[in-house]
Design a protein around this ligand. Structure first.
Ligand code: GLA
Length: 725
């Protein structure tokens, strides 16, 4: 039983894998947070309450002089205006203009199955506690959901706000959670970035006041991922306490780590309350996005593995998460917009017999699109450009034994398109101002049902008509002029959240309606790499930067939260199109094999020798594929801090592991370093093929060995480590 309620003390105990979460309803019916961390017994923790006492600078409860006030209690939900000066979890604008709430315990339920969120992705899960809080004066309610898991040390949380009053109210803030954590010295780690430099880890010491990250882009964005880890100062991959926060959300968000005047620390956030307000009619509810809290007592690595397990088991599209991934040849860097049917067929010919099993036709096959400036939204095949029908290209690809995939950018619209000429109101924009271009394009107003219908009908009819077995769903610009012609003035601040709801509806109606089609996510590379997108897209194009050296950093940062199988990684040509760098094929392949792999180059130029090499790379990838889908990932040397990128992936049963040792700049005498394996069974004996040695797991993990990197820059060695029977 993972949820236990002690009636006598009115205490809730949640027990998940290696973790406990405890809270109690206090004398004022306020739900006080008592504990979150390593597993503990279901002891009475009342003795830890109200440790802050009541002194002259503190206020008491409304209407009750000389009591301990709300500010003194550790919150599960903070509300504004009645003596709690922390960041409120919710702010309600009542009809008389006051912004006051007092959300106190009313009742609770223990559900055997976590109900899905209406219209938003969330973790699947088991036993769930729902706390019903209510404001007795207005009738406003908040339901707090908590789910713990026996296969990952995470807690899934969300809040549902309900207008049970008899008048219309407005929410000016509606966060998903608040989590107090013990007082100590902390650092926050976040993942900042941008196009071609996604998800760079950055550590910032927490200070008194608010440390905050957010997106105002109507997208989770490449600028900063909707994730934050707060860890004891100096935490490493394998030491220190770490509290991870990952928001299952794809639109504008905010996450905060706050240290208050008493040095108490808490984490909070959810939908960004900048440019947000939500009108709640009588009886209406607002569901907030889920947040996944991960706890590790042993450093950042365990937190990452907690997320990898939780996302693989509970959120990523179940049909595909554990299935062998397509190994693709994508034509984008091979041709850009310059192709026709013949050229595509020759590229496909280039990989025949190599094991590459899916051909993906990227941008430029539709409307009148020959460059970035036209055609988005006109989802009909440009047969004139192709010189033949799409079906004849697909038939040819299929005759080679390969599946066919197609690129779409469903949320976008070009000014120079038939659909924009017919329906300019389909593009997001204010009525009285020009729209802002980005990549020469506008964004479709998917908050409008007729726009969603247009997109769904366009894509679904193409998917029905042609034998398309793979879709790359792109999204190449952020939203500006967040304003919908289809909505009243007093609901325009609902735009960013309505965009997310529109996006999830599109995904449901297209992806769920085509259950055999494999959908890959993309957003100028990884500009919308979040757990909500992973629910629909088992893998996401990690970055437009395909240079192996740069990819070591991007993939390293991405692995902080997301499993390797979620990262789409291609082997591209040299000189690399983004950096001009020339890196050996062996290194490019080894780095691109740390994810869902494929090729992105003009394979029509392949020689027989190239084909033999690609065939052996694909065979090598297939050896690693199970580790990529199911293994435990360990970061050993950081490419941000060292000249190396060393990682190890171990199977759950610890029978097999691979260690990848990459060295950036070669040197004669500078890099004599030991590397140590991780994730092995210390008791088992292993044969390490490349060392030609049998050693015990404890030796490999504690003594390690000195790799003999091949000469030159950007070289690597992969060690195959297999348990000896
Ligand atoms: C984005 C994607 C690329 C490619 C182009 C096509 O940049 O990230 O992989 O699909 O769009 O325009």
């Amino acid at each position: 039983m993972s949820v236990f309620y002690c009636e006598k003390t009115r205490t809730f105990y949640l027990n998940g894998k290696n973790i406990s979460y405890v809270m109690q309803v206090n004398f004022e019916n306020y739900v006080e947070h008592l504990y979150y961390g390593k597993s503990i017994a279901c002891d009475d923790l009342s003795y830890t309450m109200h440790e802050y006492g009541c002194h002259s600078a503190m206020n008491s409860l409304p209407g009750k002089d000389n009591t301990s006030g709300y500010h003194n209690f550790q919150p599960e939900l903070s509300f504004y205006g009645t003596g709690d000066f922390r960041e409120p979890t919710v702010e309600v604008l009542n009809p008389n203009g006051d912004r006051l709430t007092e959300l106190l315990y009313d009742s609770h339920e223990i559900l055997t199955e976590k109900p899905p969120i209406n219209g938003m992705p969330s973790l699947s899960g088991g036993e769930t506690l729902v706390l019903h809080l209510k404001d007795k004066v207005t009738g406003f309610c908040a339901d707090l959901y908590y789910t713990v898991y026996d296969d990952a040390p995470v807690v899934a949380r969300r809040i549902v706000y309900k207008n049970c009053s008899d008048s219309v109210i407005r929410l000016n803030r509606a966060y998903s959670f608040v989590l107090p954590i013990p007082e100590t010295k902390y650092e926050a780690m976040t993942l900042h970035g941008g196009w071609a430099k996604e998800r760079t880890p950055e550590r910032t010491p927490l200070h008194h006041g608010v440390f905050s990250i957010d997106s105002k882009r109507t997208s989770s964005s490449a600028a900063i991922n909707p994730f934050m880890a707060v860890m004891t100062s100096g935490a490493t991959e394998s030491s220190g306490e770490v509290y991870g926060v990952s928001l299952v959300y794809s639109s504008s968000y905010v996450l905060k780590a706050v240290m208050d005047a008493d040095s108490r620390v808490y984490l909070t956030g959810g939908i960004n309350d900048f440019d947000f307000s939500w009108k709640l009619e009588v009886g209406e509810i607002l569901e907030t996005p889920e947040v996944v809290l991960a706890y590790s007592a042993n450093g950042i690595g365990d937190m990452s593995r907690a997320y990898h397990d939780a996302f693989r088991e509970h959120i990523i599209n179940k049909r595909f998460v554990k299935a062998a991934r397509p190994i693709v040849i994508n034509n984008w860097e091979g041709t850009y917009f310059d192709f026709n049917g013949e050229k595509l067929k020759r590229i496909a010919d280039g990989v025949v017999g190599t094991g590459v099993d899916t051909f993906v036709l990227d941008d430029g096959w539709f409307g009148k699109r020959n460059d970035e400036s036209t055609g988005l939204g006109d989802w009909y095949v440009n047969e004139k450009k192709m010189g033949e029908s799409l079906d004849s290209v697909i038939a040819y690809i299929n005759s080679l034994g390969m599946k066919f995939g197609l690129w779409f950018e469903p949320e976008m619209i070009s000014e120079d398109s038939d659909i924009f000429r017919a329906h300019p109101e389909y593009a997001i924009g204010a009525a009285n101002r020009p729209r802002t271009y980005a990549r020469h394009q506008y964004v479709m107003d998917i908050t409008r049902p007729e726009v969603r219908d247009y997109i769904v009908n366009s894509l679904n009819s193409l998917l029905k008509k042609h034998n398309i077995e793979y879709v790359k769903w792109d999204y190449n610009r952020y939203v500006t002029e967040s304003w919908s012609l289809g909505r009243e003035a007093d609901r325009q601040s609902e735009f960013a959240h309505r965009y997310a709801l529109g996006l999830y509806e599109l995904c449901e109606r297209i992806i769920e309606a085509n259950p055999t089609v494999f959908f890959e996510g993309c957003a100028s590379g990884g500009a919308r790499f979040d757990p909500a997108m992973l629910h629909y897209f088992p893998q996401i194009w990690t970055s437009d930067d395909t240079d192996a050296e740069e990819r070591t950093r991007i993939q390293y940062g991405t692995s902080m939260v997301y499993p390797l199988s979620a990262m789409s990684c291609h082997i591209s040509d040299i000189p690399n199109h983004q950096t001009g760098r020339k890196i050996s094929m062996a290194t490019r392949a080894t780095v691109a094999h740390l994810g869902a792999t494929g090729y992105e180059l003009d394979a029509s130029k392949f020689t027989d020798e190239d084909r033999i090499r690609v065939k052996s790379e694909v065979e090598e990838y297939k050896v690693s594929a199970d580790l990529i889908l199911n293994g435990d990932f360990y970061r050993i040397d950081s490419p941000f801090e060292t000249n190396r990128f060393t990682v190890c992936i171990a199977s759950k049963d610890k029978e097999y592991a691979e260690l990848i040792a990459y060295r950036r700049i070669g040197s004669v005498n500078n890099e004599i370093v030991r590397i140590k394996a991780a994730g092995l069974d210390p008791e088992k004996r292993y044969y390490v093929k490349e060392l030609e040695k049998e050693l015990c797991g404890s030796t490999l993990m504690n003594v390690g060995w000195t790799p003999k990197y091949p000469g030159g820059d950007f070289t690597c060695i992969k060690y195959h480590i297999k348990a000896v029977k």
